[in-house]
Design a protein around this ligand. Sequence first.
Ligand SMILES: Cc1cc2nc3c(=O)[nH]c(=O)nc-3n(C[C@H](O)[C@H](O)[C@H](O)COP(=O)(O)O)c2cc1C
Length: 177
Amino acid sequence: MKILVIESSPHKKGSSNLLAENFIRGAEEAGHEVSIFDTAHCNLHPCMGCDYCGMSGPCCQKDDMAKLQEMILRTDMAVFVTPLYYFGFSAQLKTVIDRFYSFNGKLAAKGLKTGLIVAAWDDNSWTMKDVRAHYETLCQYLNFKDQGQILGTGCGTVSMTARTKFPQLAYEFGKSI
Ligand SMILES: Cc1cc2nc3c(=O)[nH]c(=O)nc-3n(C[C@H](O)[C@H](O)[C@H](O)COP(=O)(O)O)c2cc1C
């Protein structure tokens, strides 16, 4: 199966990408073909709400979203990877999600398999409540088939993350796909 990992942290070698790296190792060991798109280090702009696309494209903005859209429409599974920013996705990932607008129907018709990987500093019972709810509502609306979530609490830095159970859980998630 083709798996597209959509990263979104300004830290190329940060906590969320450490979890993603473990997921990828497991998924590759299980025989999947994994590609990575790093939304934090490319040319992507927020949706302008101009409705030029009429929700079915093309988008009037000429940036790296066209390439990402093609990758999403060709993949069997997408994994959204994000640091927790004020209890939600990073702006880099939210920018991509908003840009789904120009191919909303095509995306929903696909029944894409998805996963979620989040790294957060805090370790409260409610730390991941809202990001999880947002993701699950997106799954419902866009007909995504959730395959699993790694909600890494206490993952505030790479060394904190390495001491938690989450790298191993991310590896096992990848291996189980
Ligand atoms: C702008 C910003 C907002 C953040 N908001 C939260 C938050 O709401 N809850 C939390 O636990 N950690 C929060 N953090 C901490 C990061 O989620 C945490 O350090 C994470 O490990 C960063 O992942 P990264 O290395 O992949 O970028 C925030 C950090 C930044 C820079």
